[in-house]
Design a protein. Structure first.
Length: 305
């Protein structure tokens, strides 16, 4: 955690409480919390040098200058984007708690990422996205189940909207996914996502059916299967609500699924099978993302980096 001088107390106290929230309430792993701690400590130290002593004093220009300095120091665009994401997560948490009256990062555009590498969300951004749907409404519970499943199984948009109730195998914790070229694959799903999905199937979906007979898992408010455009509108709405900006596409959660698995130590062949890639070279693009992350970790932590 961060340590604070008296004049920095407000800045550092907020960061420490946010990190405790990530660990205790979000359940983030220690190494993930440590990564956010480093990013936010760098930002806090920069703000102190600008004579900013509380988050309420932060202006967009402060963050722009911070990111500009990071670029001048040779940090990669994705590292700078991650730092901005960490700041957005903290600000969103402070706003939700009523400790900030305005968003100092609103409208701020992140660094342009290199072309060819898939854009993915950080673990904090995933948490904010999954928390965005309304837990009390039928549509909100549907949306939470859908987002959980997309992140848990790395599904394509077409696979989400075609998923049938009979394709969910709760006993073995898997989905039977109908992929490209009518190819089927079994994809494991963790218990958290299955629990949220079961909650949706047993209540909200039954009410959304409105007496119709439909096989699709995810239905619109008329009781019909979701369209591709309908699904994307739902994702886009919740990304905005979670304060997530960037070159997001309907496949961003799929990219995030693959990248986080590889970062966690999964082997490339297993990820290929779960994604349904016929050629492993398609999956290898994600190794470039994780390799870039390793280079940045080395640069940051090696004594001669």
């Amino acid at each position: 955690m961060t340590s604070a001088s008296p004049q920095a107390l407000a800045l550092h106290q907020a960061v420490d409480r946010y990190l405790a929230h990530l660990a205790a309430e979000r359940g983030l792993a220690a190494n993930s919390v440590s990564s956010y701690a480093e990013d936010l400590a760098d930002l806090t130290d920069f703000l102190l040098k600008q004579e900013v002593t509380s988050w309420g004093q932060v202006e967009p220009l402060h963050v722009v200058a911070f990111l500009s300095q990071a670029a001048q120091n040779g940090l990669a665009p994705r590292t700078r984007a991650r730092r901005l994401s960490a700041a957005r997560g903290l600000v969103a948490w402070l706003l939700k708690r009523g400790e900030l009256s305005k968003d100092p990062l609103a409208g701020l555009v992140g660094p342009r990422l290199p072309e060819g590498l898939p854009y993915f969300l950080s673990r904090d951004e995933v948490g904010r996205l999954l928390d965005a749907p309304d837990p009390l409404s039928d549509l909100g519970r549907r949306n939470r189940a859908m987002l959980e499943l997309m992140y848990a199984a790395g599904l394509r948009v077409s696979e989400v909207i075609s998923l049938g109730v009979g394709d969910v195998q709760f006993q073995v914790g898997c989905l039977l996914v109908h992929g490209k070229g009518d190819k089927e694959r079994l994809v494991p799903v963790h218990e958290t996502a299955l629990k949220v999905l079961k909650d949706y199937l047993e209540g909200p979906r039954t009410r959304l059916l409105k007496g119709k007979r439909r096989e699709e898992v995810f239905l619109n408010n008329r009781g019909d299967g979701l369209s591709r455009m309908g699904l994307w509108k739902i994702i886009h709405k919740h990304l905005q609500k979670a304060g997530i900006n960037g070159p997001v596409t309907p496949h961003t959660l799929r990219h995030t699924f693959a990248t986080h698995l590889l970062e966690g130590g999964a082997d490339l062949r297993s990820v290929q099978l779960m994604l349904g890639h016929s050629d492993i070279s398609t999956t290898q693009v994600y190794t470039h993302v994780t390799r870039q992350r390793l280079v940045e970790v080395h640069r940051r932590h090696h004594p001669r980096g």
